[in-house]
Each structure stands twice: as C-alpha cells, then as structure tokens.
Ligand binder design. Structure first.
Ligand code: SF4
Ligand code: SF4
Length: 97
C-alpha cells in the first residue's frame, strides 16, 4: 500500500523560524524536561555542573541552527532557566549562557 503525503499549496513560501537558545545555568535543577521534550532534539546535558551540582542543558554539537523557536523548552521549564529568541536564519548560532 502506498501512502501519499499531502503538500500544502504554499509550501514553497513557508519559512521555518530559527531560534537561539539561552540558558541560565545556575537556575537549572537538571530535571531533563527541556532535553527530553525538544521536538528537534537540539539539547543535551552539559559536562559542566552548576552551583547546585546539576548538569544543565546546552545545544548539541552540530545542532546550532536546528532550534525552531517553538519555545516548548521555555514553557516547560519549572525553573525559568531556559528560553529562546527568534533570529534570522543566517544569524542563528546556537547556545550561549
Ligand atoms: S525552542 Fe523548541 S526547538 Fe528550540 S531548543 Fe526549545 S524546545 Fe527545542
Ligand atoms: S527544564 Fe529547566 S530545570 Fe529542567 S533541565 Fe531544562 S533548564 Fe534545567
């Protein structure tokens, strides 16, 4: 059985937003929510630990331009420790603290 995907008639004009990820490492409690639920699998835990002793999220190597600014990490974080800002695709450069 073949399945044909429908393509929106304006597909060529749709621009996917790009986001830049910002974290506030010392607020993070290492719950993993942002990493687990990012739809683009952009995030991973840092090797470093914050002043509470937790690893905090960073952008995975090679994924610096993959954040789509869906803001889910921002909305789900119980500590308000991560957020994103929309940037032009050409200027999306990934994480910063
Ligand atoms: S804004 Fe969305 S795509 Fe970007 S890091 Fe957060 S959850 Fe992932
Ligand atoms: S959701 Fe917030 S507290 Fe949990 S790991 Fe991500 S930044 Fe840290």
């Amino acid at each position: 059985m073949s399945v044909q995907a429908r393509v929106p008639i304006d597909a060529a004009s749709i621009q996917v937003p790009r986001g830049q990820v910002y974290t506030i490492p010392n607020r993070c409690k290492g719950c993993n929510f942002c990493i687990q639920f990012c739809p683009k699998e952009v995030l991973e835990f840092s090797e470093a630990i914050n002043n509470k002793g937790y690893h905090f999220p960073v952008v995975r190597k090679g994924m610096e331009e993959q954040c789509i600014h869906c803001r889910f990490c921002d909305l789900i974080c119980p500590e308000l420790a991560i957020f994103t800002r929309e940037v032009e695709p050409a200027t999306a450069v990934g994480a910063s603290a």
